[in-house]
Design a protein around this ligand. Sequence first.
Ligand SMILES: Nc1ncnc2c1ncn2[C@@H]1O[C@H](COP(=O)(O)OP(=O)(O)OP(=O)(O)O)[C@@H](O)[C@H]1O
Ligand code: SF4
Ligand SMILES: [Mg+2]
Length: 333
Amino acid sequence: MDNPDNILEVKDLRVEFPYKRKSLKAGNGVSFEMKKGETLGFVGESGCGKSTTAKAVMRLLPEQAQIPSGQIRFQDQDILGLNAEELRKIRGRKIGMIFQDPMTALNPVLTIREQIYEQFIDRNMTRKEKEEEAIRMLEYVGIPDAPQRLREYVYQFSGGMRQRAMIAIALAGHPELLIADEPTTALDVTIQDQIIKLLNRLKKEMGMSVLLITHDLGVISQMSDRVAVMYAGYIVEYADTLQVFAHPSHPYTCGLMEALPGKSRQERPLQAIPGSTPNLEELPAGCPFAERCGYCEGKCTEELPELQEIAEGHYSRCHFPEKLKNYRGLIEL
Ligand SMILES: Nc1ncnc2c1ncn2[C@@H]1O[C@H](COP(=O)(O)OP(=O)(O)OP(=O)(O)O)[C@@H](O)[C@H]1O
Ligand code: SF4
Ligand SMILES: [Mg+2]
């Protein structure tokens, strides 16, 4: 680890999916680090490579995915160099994962109890201890009638309760890092709110680090300490959440903010940014956001901007971050 306070360090991660004679570039030199106990949010429109990055950290990419370069260090382990047995010890135990759709993440033919018990496999626990711990986990995430519900299957749970059950299973292994990929996207607003509050409470109590993935800046503002804005497989802005909300320094981040309505988020979806994301099989030579950017000028279409530090701990991949100097973000610091 470059920094002993870090739990995860990702450097120059490239992920490609070969497609006919081309290759789709879903991760273009992604670098970031996470401190112990912090929540780092990845945000960006659909298809920008958020899930791909998360799956790479768990080594859950499909077989055809190629990783031409990159380093992923989790605690003192080199994730890309681990064998199947070593990975098994990390997944679910040290790194837990929850997804948008519990129906695909949970096993329909196992009871909730069996799925929680799977997380105890490496621990020396008696039957009674397992039962008590499983009940405790369900109660912990706010599922009533826990002893009864342990015996049930996922289809017997409502949407919000499924999400809670998935969180209970993910947390039963006491992971040090939780990867949450759109954990609230499929839920209605009230339940979304409850799950965000629950995750915030659990991460504090368990001292867990959370890698949060969402297309919703609102969720970022409620959960993340720091944020990485992704576009076309690149991190384009990376800083403390408050810093980004007060002084966004990439035109794409501003575009996401413009799409966030003051009152009702539902009424103004992300389409507020004109145009669409570039084709990841034929990325332009210059800035990937150039076609949609109101600040674009000559150099932008010719030269790919580097991710540069524009203030302490605040990074932007734009040739002209100073153009946003007077842009008012959503909060004032
Ligand atoms: N198994 C795969 N085979 C080929 N291409 C893939 C595969 N998985 C993802 N991709 C492509 O990689 C790019 C990034 O996808 P990814 O799922 O990481 O995006 P995302 O930011 O998570 O989007 P969303 O918000 O829709 O979940 C997309 O263009 C997607 O089509
Ligand atoms: S580099 Fe140019 S095109 Fe890209 S975001 Fe900055 S101003 Fe816009
Ligand atoms: Mg995704």
